[in-house]
Design a protein around this ligand. Structure first.
Ligand code: IF1
Length: 400
């Protein structure tokens, strides 16, 4: 392990500061390090392995497709991509799907589509279209994503910035409406249904629905970034179900943690504005990723993971709430299996992460004193019981 860490230090760009654990394999809710020590995965690669690590159905789909066709470019049609389009339409109910690879690429795509709609449909003067984002948003590491971040650690030293972004407080509809009233060239409001990186911030009930109503009133598109909340994480297939967002951005768990795939879902009044040759990606919609993605979503359905996410998430929050009552924790919050616990002191959060790692559970501090607690949606009663035992012991030790 020492040698591996040296290689990382010597030859790897230091754009992360990982925990001192070197992983070698994963299966279900478990990860194993190079000494074969078992850990519960309470990060799920930031909600990318909702189906559990190396799910047999996904491994089979990948192995079979690998021997047939993995990439053919979009210069030609592929059977898998056509079937993927039909599957996504039937599953999520949007007219069309534009496939990309990573979350940031799909989010960038939604910004391009919003600007395109702004010029072609809303008749905003050329190069004047604006996008509203929520403070403490996170939608990736591209220059536009950094330009629309309110977090200095995300944008410092990466200017000059992409213009045309306005900021509002998350969960503040008055500020949103006031922006819409002042700025006639707003094309879209892009927002996460629950802010992940911000520390699992949950808005008031009805926030998204009321944001959608404001968007309709002021002729603005609503983009829901469900890269992290989508594909069952909150106990619903989409956290924005029933809201009728004009665009939904998916990524992460759409891949089942296997082959990166992301996409934008939209209805024809938006998606039919894009012309051939104005957007794309070498690997976007490739036959391998589009063979796996429908299987990744089907697993959520056939294994009843939406119900399991709700049941296990409620149990997690219920069993840790006494620590809030006792003052050991500042908060326990979440929806489905997108949960977090928060300490008053950031140092205590770091100590709990270290203690849990020693006891066989891996997770990471997301912001200040907040720790993300997001196991795969497949977690069983017994696995949740064992995980809670580790977390409770850790909290007691940290609070001593
Ligand atoms: C890292 C954070 C989480 C996302 C939402 C788009 C993207 C993300 C809501 C872009 C990506 C990842 C990035 C990853 C860690 C993780 C993360 F801590 F960075 F902020 F989850 F909260 N929209 N989030 O959460 O998707 O391009 O990465 O596929 O940068 O280490 P991507």
């Amino acid at each position: 392990m020492k040698r591996l860490l040296q290689l990382n230090r010597l030859h790897g760009a230091q754009n992360y500061s990982p925990l001192p654990v070197v992983l070698k394999r994963g299966r279900g809710v478990h990860l194993y390090d190079v000494h074969d020590k078992q850990y519960y995965d309470f990060l799920s690669s930031y909600s990318s392995v909702n189906q559990g690590h190396c799910h047999p159905r996904l491994v089979k789909a990948m192995q079979e497709q690998c021997e047939k066709l993995t990439l053919c470019s979009r210069a030609f049609h592929s059977e898998n991509l056509c079937n993927f389009f039909e599957y996504m339409n039937k599953t999520f109910g949007y007219d069309k799907c534009l496939p990309m690879n990573t979350g940031v690429e799909a989010s960038e795509t939604s910004v391009k589509l919003a600007r395109l709609w702004g010029y072609k449909a809303k008749k905003i003067p050329q190069n004047k279209a604006e996008i509203v984002v929520a403070r403490q948003n996170f939608w990736g590491r591209s220059i536009a994503a950094c330009s629309s971040s309110s977090d200095p650690s995300c944008y410092t030293n990466f200017g000059p910035y992409v213009p045309g972004f306005h900021f509002v407080d998350f969960n503040n509809l008055e500020e949103l409406e006031s922006l819409f009233q002042k700025h006639p060239h707003i094309a879209a409001f892009m927002v996460e249904p629950i802010q992940g990186e911000a520390g699992i911030k949950i808005p008031e009930l009805g926030y998204l629905q009321r944001a959608k109503s404001l968007c309709e009133k002021y002729n603005v598109l609503l983009i829901c970034d469900e890269v992290q909340t989508g594909i069952g994480r909150t106990g619903q297939m989409l956290a924005s179900e029933g809201v009728g967002a004009d665009m939904v951005v998916l990524g992460k768990a759409l891949s089942g943690g296997m082959m990166p795939i992301s996409c934008v879902l939209a209805n024809n009044h938006v998606m039919d504005l894009i012309d051939p040759g104005t957007h794309g990606s070498t690997f976007g919609g490739n036959p391998l990723a589009t063979a796996i993605a429908p299987e990744a979503v089907e697993i959520i359905r056939v294994e009843n993971l939406l119900k399991n996410a709700r049941i296990q998430g409620e149990r997690f929050r219920k069993e840790l709430t006494p620590f809030v009552d006792s003052g050991a924790l500042k908060d326990v919050r979440g929806v489905g299996l997108l949960n977090a616990i928060e300490f008053e002191k950031p140092r205590d959060a770091e100590k709990l992460v270290e203690t849990c790692m020693e006891k066989g559970l891996l997770t990471k501090v997301t912001r200040d004193g907040t720790i993300r607690m997001c196991p795969p949606l497949t977690i069983s009663d017994f696995e949740m019981e064992q995980s809670l035992d580790i977390i409770k012991e850790g909290i007691e030790e940290v609070s001593e």
